[in-house]
Ligand binder design. Structure first.
Ligand code: ADP
Ligand code: MG
Length: 511
C-alpha cells in the first residue's frame, strides 16, 4: 500500500507530465503545416509522456465520408491501411456520430470494438479512449488511444481531460491548415490566371521580361497603332509581329512581310509600292506592291533602319495620309494598312547621323516593344528547349531528351544568336542524335566553352588562345587524359595536340 504522501507525489508528477504533454503537443502542431509529421509527433509525445500504448488520429474525409487514420503511434503501415471507418461504425464511428467521448474499460469484453487495424493481438486488459476532434460543433475526426490501467497509473477522467485538450489543439491545427491551403490554392490560381492572361500561342516566355512583352502585345494588338519592335537578331521580333497581327481585328487580312535589307535600293520602291507598266526598263506589266497586298491587313517591315532616306517620305505619307502612287503612276492609291516595323540596330544613332528621318522615327516609335536577349532571360531556356524538343521529336519521329547536366551547359551558354540559335541547335541535336538522352559530352564543342563574356577581355589573340586552351582542356577531360582521343574530339592530329598542350602548359591529371 502506498502512503498518502507517496500518492500525492505521484499525482503531482503526473499533473506535471500532463501539462508538459499538452505544451509539447501545441508546440509540435504549430511548427509547420506538415500534417503527417506534426500529428505523428503529437501522438508520440502522448505515448511517451502519458504511457499510452497506441494512439491514432482519424480525420473525416469530407468527400467519401470515411474516417481514415492520418497519424498514428504504435501501428504498422498495414494497421493504418485497415483502419477505415464509416460514420456510426464501431466505437470510432460512433464517437463521430454522437460527438461525445467514449471509454471502453476492457476491449476484450466489448463486442462493439472492431479492432479493424488488427493491431491488438491480445485485446484483454486494454482500455480504449476515444474523443471527438471538434471545431465549432463540426466534427472533424477522432482521437483514440489505448491504455493499460493499473493501480499505479492515473485514472480515466484525467486522461479524458488531456485528450480533450489535445483534440481541441488538433482541431484548430486542421482548420488552420484548411484555410491555409485554401489561400494557397487561390494564390496559385490567381498566379496561373495572370500567367495565362499573357500567354501567346506558340511563344514561350515565363520570365518577367517576356511577360512584359506579352502584356504590351495584348494592349496594342486591338489598336491600329504602329509598333516598333526592337531586339537582337533571333529574339522573336517577327514572331511577335505575327502575333500582333493575328490578335488584331485585321487577322482576316494579309500579313505581308518585307525585309528592307534584303534587296538593292533601286528595287525597293517598286517592291513596296508597285509599278505601272513601262515605269522602267523591264516593267512589262503593272504590278502591285507590298503595301497594296497588305490592304486590310498588316505590313511588317524588318530592318527598317535600312530603308533609304529617299523612300522615307513616301512611307511617312502612307502612315499619315494612307495613300501613295505606284512607281511611274499618277493615280493615288488608298490603302488601309497597319505598320509594324522591326530593327536590331540603333535607330537613334541613325537619326543623329542623318540617315533616318526624325519625323518618321517619331511616327514609328509610337509603341516600342523591346525584346530581351536570351541571356537576359535564362529562366526561359529550359521551357524553350522543351518546346523545341517536342516539335523536332515529332517532326523526326524521335524521343530525344536532354540530361540535366547537358541542360546546365545549355543554360550557361551565351546564345548570341538568341532563340534562333537555340532552335537550330536543338533541331541539329534531335536530328543527329543516335540515342535517346543527350549528355553534355554530346553537345557541340562550342557550347562547352565558357561564355565569351567570361573570357578576359584583351587582344583578340589572347581571347582566341584562351578559347583554344579551354577546348583542349575540355577534350582532355572528356577523353580522361588520353591525348589521341582528345585530338580526335578536336579534329586535330596527336602531334598538334601535343604542341598545344606544351604551348599552354596544360597538365591534366585525372581526378
Ligand atoms: N519566345 C519564343 N518562343 C518560341 N519560339 C521563338 C521565340 N522567339 C523566337 N522564336 C523562334 O526563333 C526563331 C527566330 O525568331 P524571329 O521572330 O525570326 O526573330 P527575329 O525576327 O528577332 O530575328 C523563329 O524560328 C521563332 O519561331
Ligand atoms: Mg528576323
Amino acid at each position: 500500500m502506498k502512503s498518502p504522501v507517496d500518492k500525492k507525489t505521484d499525482l503531482t508528477a503526473r499533473k506535471n507530465r500532463e501539462l508538459t504533454a499538452i505544451l509539447e503537443v501545441s508546440r509540435v502542431l504549430t511548427t509547420s503545416f506538415d500534417v503527417d509529421k506534426n500529428l505523428s509527433s503529437a501522438m508520440s509525445t502522448l505515448a511517451n509522456l502519458l504511457d499510452m500504448q497506441r494512439g491514432c488520429v482519424f480525420l473525416l474525409d469530407s468527400i467519401t465520408k470515411e474516417l481514415c487514420i492520418v497519424a498514428a503511434h504504435g501501428l504498422t503501415k498495414e494497421n493504418i491501411e485497415g483502419g477505415k471507418y464509416r460514420i456510426g461504425e464501431g466505437i470510432v464511428g460512433r464517437v463521430v456520430e454522437k460527438g461525445i467521448p467514449m471509454v471502453i474499460s476492457n476491449i476484450g469484453n466489448e463486442p462493439l470494438f472492431l479492432n479493424k487495424t488488427g493491431s491488438r493481438p491480445e485485446k484483454d486488459g486494454i482500455s480504449f479512449l476515444c474523443v471527438p476532434i471538434e471545431f465549432k460543433k463540426e466534427i472533424l475526426g477522432v482521437l483514440s488511444v489505448d491504455r493499460i490501467y493499473s493501480q499505479k497509473h492515473g485514472d480515466v477522467n484525467d486522461d479524458l481531460r488531456v485528450l480533450n485538450i489535445v483534440a481541441l489543439l488538433i482541431a484548430q491545427f486542421v482548420k488552420l491548415l484548411e484555410s491555409f491551403e485554401k489561400v494557397e490554392k487561390e494564390k496559385e490560381s490567381l498566379k496561373r490566371e495572370l500567367k495565362g492572361k499573357y500567354q501567346l500561342w506558340n511563344i514561350i516566355g515565363k520570365s518577367d521580361r517576356m511577360q512584359e512583352v506579352f502584356e504590351s502585345v495584348h494592349r496594342v494588338a486591338p489598336s491600329r497603332a504602329s509598333v516598333l519592335l526592337r531586339g537582337e537578331s533571333g529574339t522573336g521580333k517577327e514572331l511577335i509581329a505575327k502575333a500582333i497581327h493575328y490578335m488584331s481585328h485585321r487577322s482576316k487580312g494579309q500579313f505581308v512581310k518585307f525585309n528592307c535589307a534584303s534587296i538593292p535600293e533601286g528595287l525597293l520602291e517598286s517592291e513596296l509600292f508597285g509599278h505601272e507598266k513601262g515605269a522602267f526598263t523591264g516593267a512589262i506589266t503593272q504590278r502591285k506592291g507590298r503595301f497594296e497586298l497588305a490592304n486590310g491587313g498588316t505590313i511588317f517591315l524588318d530592318e527598317v533602319g535600312d530603308l533609304p532616306l529617299s523612300l522615307q517620305p513616301k512611307i511617312l505619307r502612307v502612315l499619315q495620309e494612307r495613300e501613295f502612287e505606284r512607281v511611274g503612276g499618277e493615280k493615288t492609291i488608298k490603302v488601309d494598312v497597319r505598320l509594324i516595323v522591326a530593327t536590331s540596330r540603333n535607330l537613334e544613332e541613325f537619326v543623329s547621323r542623318g540617315k533616318f528621318r526624325e519625323d518618321l522615327y517619331y511616327r514609328l516609335n509610337v509603341v516600342p516593344i523591346f525584346l530581351p536577349t536570351l541571356r537576359e532571360r535564362k529562366e526561359d531556356i529550359p521551357l524553350l528547349i522543351e518546346h523545341f524538343l517536342e516539335r523536332f521529336n515529332e517532326e523526326n519521329n524521335k524521343k530525344v531528351s536532354i540530361s540535366a547536366e547537358a541542360l546546365r551547359v545549355l543554360m550557361d551558354y551565351d546564345w548570341h544568336g538568341n532563340v534562333r540559335e537555340l532552335e537550330n541547335t536543338i533541331e541539329r541535336l534531335v536530328v543527329m542524335s543516335g540515342k535517346d538522352t543527350i549528355k553534355s559530352s554530346d553537345l557541340p564543342l562550342n557550347l562547352n566553352v565558357p561564355a565569351l563574356q567570361e573570357i578576359p577581355r584583351g587582344p583578340l589573340k589572347t581571347g582566341i588562345e584562351e578559347i583554344e586552351r579551354t577546348m583542349v582542356l575540355e577534350a582532355l577531360k572528356k577523353s580522361r587524359g588520353v591525348q589521341a582521343k582528345a585530338a580526335r574530339i578536336l579534329g586535330i592530329t596527336s602531334r598538334q595536340i601535343g604542341y598545344k598542350i606544351k604551348k599552354y602548359g596544360i597538365t591534366y591529371t585525372q581526378p
